[in-house]
Design a protein around this ligand. Sequence first.
Ligand SMILES: Cc1cc2nc3c(=O)[nH]c(=O)nc-3n(C[C@H](O)[C@H](O)[C@H](O)COP(=O)(O)OP(=O)(O)OC[C@H]3O[C@@H](n4cnc5c(N)ncnc54)[C@H](O)[C@@H]3O)c2cc1C
Length: 311
Amino acid sequence: MLDTLSKAFFHGLARNRTIEALASRYGMARPTSFGRRFIAGETLGEALAAARAVEASRMMVTLDQLGESVTTLAAADAATRIYLELVAAIVASGVERNISIKLSQLGLDIDCATCTDNVRKILEAGRPHGFFVRIDMEASTTVPMTLEIFQTLWDQGNRHVGLVLQSALYRSEEDARRLSAMGVRIRLVKGAYKEPPSVAHQKKAAVDAAFVRIQEYLLREGTYPALATHDPVIIEAANRFAEANRIGRDRYEFQMLFGIRRDLQTSLLADGYRVRLYVPFGKQWFPYFMRRLGERPANVGFVLRAILKDR
Ligand SMILES: Cc1cc2nc3c(=O)[nH]c(=O)nc-3n(C[C@H](O)[C@H](O)[C@H](O)COP(=O)(O)OP(=O)(O)OC[C@H]3O[C@@H](n4cnc5c(N)ncnc54)[C@H](O)[C@@H]3O)c2cc1C
């Protein structure tokens, strides 16, 4: 109940333009500003520096140029161009060629065909350079269209693209089976959006139980699954399951968000597991930031402390 309320509250605040304007002004202004806890920076240079630091610590990286829910084709086109620049900058920088994208940033809510074309441009730019492109999963209303676009791109022969499934959604267990049969690389997450009971588990225990079921399926039948969670109980369950079923540590990876559970990231790495960090950057960091607060309302405390310190 508290989980649902907290997500609803922060998702509501995320749509408040006044708070967004204030946060955008102060949240990244200084090296100690609160936004920097979860976001690598507003510029490409800051993102690449963060990616290099992650790689220096022997973790892998996926870069995410923040932005979502564009409402005009011009904005979707601009976002696509920014992604093409990102691809070129990553190649020039020498950091790992792995990015995460959101379809609502590329026109999903406006026109499906244009969005598909935009993703295709990014895939085509990345293919000769060995990129892997992960399509993030957004609110449940966008899932059918996201899967449809993915299928179109897959049918056109793209294999350097993967998807995300959310254990909160009832449909994800079936989606995991269908996509695994195709050989699709899946990132499994719990789900960051507030969803209604008609489509999603409402209790954390049910979301966690579904995560473990899908995780075991992907470990057995999937193609190099990415288990994206900071939940130590679930992580331990994954490793026990893999060991019991003789699934090597090179056949799956853990993924975590920049700035969250750094202790767990380093201890997994020290134990010989693969760990990839999701490194978000860009000026449009506010909705992403609010989802992180919604996951853990205790984070509000660190925001307030950072604001007081920065004054
Ligand atoms: C690499 C990656 C990619 C993701 N991509 C997507 C996506 O495409 N679509 C989507 O819907 N969701 C995505 N998510 C978010 C995900 O759905 C969850 O909302 C988020 O990971 C929190 O859930 P959890 O599995 O860590 O478990 P929880 O049960 O929420 O948390 C477990 C523990 O992790 C720590 N923790 C979790 N969140 C925070 C936080 N915000 N601040 C501080 N500590 C925290 C706490 O110690 C907590 O006890 C992604 C997550 C990761 C790690």
